[in-house]
Design a binder for this molecule. Structure first.
Ligand code: GRF
Length: 215
């Protein structure tokens, strides 16, 4: 068995959600936090889009929000340096990417190793990248789904935490398949968040093990 490279903390954590759009996964995470299914609070919602509906909703709910305008930074590295500063100054334990439409720099991935997770609407490592529901249909795969994974420098390729499977139907469009997958996203993303702060996620090599009990 490969050596343990990470074990998630058992604690009341502080989550930051990064988003660029409607934020339905953010809302699912928040509901889970409110229900007590994730032992954490949402301490920051950050966006690169001033008018992201998810950001506006977070503001309505009285959560701390931050719009970081990419136009104010000379490079992606500078932008991500600012992001790291915002995360560390708030003692954030875990960043949940939820439709955050920016490729993270290696510096950010390294600085927050095993502290950033993402939800992707396909069964990784199949269909990384964009427009993945249409690509799944075009390939004629019979099943697709979603993946919660740790974020590593290589896009959509970090250790896989949880997955859920949905059938791809013959008359599916990109929209109908995306909607079927989204239902599962809203289940497994909160579930992964819960496992994380219950101290039940262990990484050995590049594999994630779900522990029976938190440490
Ligand atoms: C989801 O499909 C997620 O898997 C992908 O981006 C989309 C975000 O949707 N990473 P929402 O903003 O959470 O509704």
């Amino acid at each position: 068995m490969e050596e343990v490279v990470f074990r998630s903390p058992r604690k009341k954590g502080r989550i930051a959600v990064f988003l660029s759009g409607r934020g339905s996964n953010f809302m699912a995470l928040r509901e889970a936090v409110e229900r007590g299914d994730i032992s954490a609070e949402i301490a920051l919602v950050l966006s690169n889009k001033a008018d992201a509906p998810g950001l506006l909703r977070a503001r309505e709910w009285g959560l701390e929000t931050l719009f970081l305008d990419p136009k104010l930074f000379a490079s992606r590295e500078d932008y991500d340096r600012a992001v790291i500063g915002e995360v560390e100054s708030r003692r954030i334990d875990l960043v949940c990417l939820a439709g955050y439409m920016r490729v993270l720099t290696p510096a950010l991935c390294d600085a927050l190793k095993y502290r950033i997770v993402n939800i992707h609407p396909a069964l990784l490592p199949s269909f990384p990248g964009l427009h993945v529901q249409q690509r799944a249909i075009d390939w004629g795969v019979r099943f697709s789904g979603c993946t919660v994974h740790f974020v590593a420098a290589e896009v959509d390729m970090g250790p896989i935490i949880l997955q859920a499977v949905v059938p791809v139907l013959q008359d599916d469009t990109e929209e109908t398949l995306a909607a079927r997958i989204l239902v599962e996203e809203h289940k497994i993303y909160p579930q992964a968040g819960g496992l994380y702060f219950d101290g039940r996620i262990e990484v050995r090599g590049r594999r994630v093990f779900i522990l029976e009990h938190g440490a």
